[in-house]
Design a protein around this ligand. Structure first.
Ligand code: ACO
Length: 378
């Protein structure tokens, strides 16, 4: 018995931006980007919101787009069958309500509990791991008995518009990211193992190698003495938020912001992240294998986070595997953070690379520093 993946879908913006087009914005070239990252183009949302992309992915995963749920001839699910929505994003359209609550409302999932989870690029793997743990723990109390909710079927989503927190004048980062959404439906089944093992992990990002300050307004109606009386008389007279400087200091962005860099943009020390990523990916794969009592020979496919093809090649080499064991979908997408793994999983199903009974590992790493993997039987 276990938490089985029974539907998957993806949603992509219409606009495809090539490397040559990016070379109109920053000093770069198709040759540099494709040889250093494997990326040739990426989708950028112009009008689509994170929620729009998530809705497309979710409808496909639920089998509501007329195609079935995409896995093992699964028929469409009914809205009332979904009792949990976990939505992973670092670029929500709104802070309140959560993206999960907004998606629940759009899809009419009236029986679902919903919440967001942010673990950066590992968000989807974290979400699946948390969902599986909630489902497993709730099996003892079918029908609500036993003092906690019962979860039978969940929608797990990763959706991002990284284009909105990208500094489009920074060639070190802007060539890497794209927008998109992926979703899976998971179901507790008594006759299949589903998720066999999972592993989620954190290291401290001691050097601020991957950060993006939040978009809080820098205007405020209070100072250390209390209410700003001038503001009470004229709301135009707002104070600067004294805490922002401390946030910027802690994230190591103060100097750049003072020099005129946009505050709310991703900053990355590419080489540090690269080093962390290659090792984190390898460790997470080995950890889920050990927890499952399996070896690499038992695995049909690895579905990794798509940050840089060279990171995947590095991990493949360390694991002693050929690249054919990895689903690589980076060429026309780039890195869309929490959306990468579920979209890449969909690609694998669509191209027939995952058959019933296959054992598959999904693995990711990201800011935080976070990393993790989920091993399941299809
Ligand atoms: N075009 C042309 N030249 C460039 C570009 C570009 N787009 N970007 C950087 N360069 C230059 C640099 O300025 C540098 O020039 P210099 O030698 O004159 O200083 C040179 O190319 C080499 O730069 P490196 O940083 O050494 O290049 P590297 O081969 O390490 O590749 C990259 C950089 C692609 C960023 C790589 O380090 C990487 O992929 N890192 C990991 C990224 C990642 O995984 N991010 C996860 C983000 S997940 C999240 O949570 C959002």
């Amino acid at each position: 018995m276990g938490c089985c993946i029974v539907g998957c879908g993806k949603g992509l913006p219409a606009l495809d931006v090539t490397n040559d087009e990016l070379a109109q914005l920053v000093e770069t070239s198709d040759e540099w980007i494709s040889s250093r990252t494997g990326i040739r183009s990426r989708r950028i949302s112009v009008e689509e919101t994170s929620l729009d992309l998530a809705e497309v992915a979710a409808r496909q995963a639920l089998g509501w787009d007329g195609e079935g749920a995409g896995i093992q001839g699964q028929p469409a699910f009914a809205a009332e069958d979904i009792d949990l929505v976990v939505f992973s994003t670092l670029t929500p359209d709104a802070l309140l309500p959560s993206s999960a609550a907004l998606l629940r409302r759009r899809l009419g999932l009236t029986n679902a509990v919903s919440f967001d989870l942010n673990a950066a690029c590992s968000g989807f793997v974290y979400s699946l791991s948390v969902t599986e743990a909630l489902m497993a723990a709730s099996q003892a109390n079918v029908g609500g008995a036993g003092g906690r909710n019962h979860y039978h079927r969940a929608l797990v989503v990763g959706a991002e518009r990284l284009s909105r927190i990208t500094n489009w004048s920074d060639r070190n980062t802007c060539v890497l990211f794209g927008d998109g959404a992926g979703a899976v439906v998971v179901e507790w089944r008594d006759d299949a193992p589903g998720i066999i093992s999972s592993y989620i992990h954190n290291d401290d990002d001691t050097t601020n190698s991957l950060v993006c300050p939040a978009a809080f307004d820098s205007s405020f109606a209070f100072d250390e003495q209390g209410v700003n009386a001038a503001f009470a008389q004229d709301p135009a007279l707002l104070l600067a938020d004294a805490s922002l400087a401390r946030v910027d200091e802690e994230l190591g962005v103060a100097e750049g912001v003072a020099a005129g860099e946009p505050r709310q943009a991703i900053r990355m020390d590419g080489q540090k992240v690269f080093k962390f990523a290659g090792n984190a990916l390898t460790n997470a794969v080995l950890e889920v294998l050990e927890r499952a009592g399996l070896t690499l020979d038992d695995i049909a496919l690895i579905v990794p986070h798509q940050a840089n093809e060279r990171i995947i090649k590095f991990a493949a080499k360390k694991l002693g595997l050929g690249l054919e064991k990895f689903q690589i979908s980076i060429a026309h997408r780039g890195n869309s953070s929490a959306a990468c793994v579920p979209m890449t999983l969909c690609d694998a199903y669509e191209s027939g690379k995952i058959a019933p009974g296959d054992k598959v590992i999904m693995v990711a790493f990201g800011a935080g520093l976070t990393s993790g993997a989920v091993l399941y039987e299809a």
